[in-house]
Design a protein around this ligand. Sequence first.
Ligand SMILES: [Zn+2]
Length: 311
Amino acid sequence: MAQVLFLGGFGRSGTTLVERLLGELPGMCALGEIVHLWQRDIRDDERCGCGARFSGCAFWRRVGDLAFNGWANVDVDRIHTLRDAVERTRHIPRLASATTATDEVREYASYYARVYAAAAEVSGARMVIDSSKHSALAHVLRWADDLDLRVVHVVRDARGVAYSWTKTVSRPETDGADQMTRYSPGRSAVLWNAHNAAFGLLARRGVPVYRIRYEEFLADPRAGLIRLADFAGLPLHPDHLDFLRTEHADLRVGHSAAGNPMRFTVGRLALRRDDAWVRALPSTQRRLVGAVCGPLLRAYGYPLNIASEAS
Ligand SMILES: [Zn+2]
């Protein structure tokens, strides 16, 4: 049975950094955002975290051979059809309340399960990490056969998330031709609520969900990784954390299939809190996001007046 650690949360919440650090632990293999593998990699042949084009990466070629007898045998149109039918955010209430899965849900989940199992075998890792984030996908995966699913729910202050979504970030895997999506703070706040609440629903359905606050994790990554390894059931020796330094981590090459540009970082990765939003997010927008996200921010332990105190 494939063991997968699914990193969930709303975008710009720090899942890529958590994934990169977890991927350094022995027994873990970080795969990036598998939700994008079908289009961006199989079809568009974007770059793997190792720098090679997807088709030129030996790791992914072996995974494709093992899982599907070659990526050419994957019907990407079929996966897109299934995704539209079962994995959109609007499907979450139905997915969460279902007591049995439809054939479409099972079929869609089976593509992921095959990738996980093959990646575990090729890498020799005990557990693979999928940082797809999407809460709807996590709900789908609870119906996958032969899958030991554990979910890490990464939460970041909604106001920091909102500020991040207003910034322009280019996507290096497309060689500068494309930029990452942007949202207004109001839109980001509404989505932050919906996606984070969906992981609460998932936990109530019996899926093991462990919530971390990104800011807390960054303040003490060593303690954070020890807790996550414990949740993942991974034995950890203190030497395994030698790649963590006081204010940075030393990263090896990874094979993340898709995701945030940080997946390309090799060597030194700074571990610093990014609190630029406290000064840079206009106060009207800060108040708007604080009002929309107030109940959940409070539930997660975020002080609502932190911004006004700091500025
Ligand atoms: Zn690669």
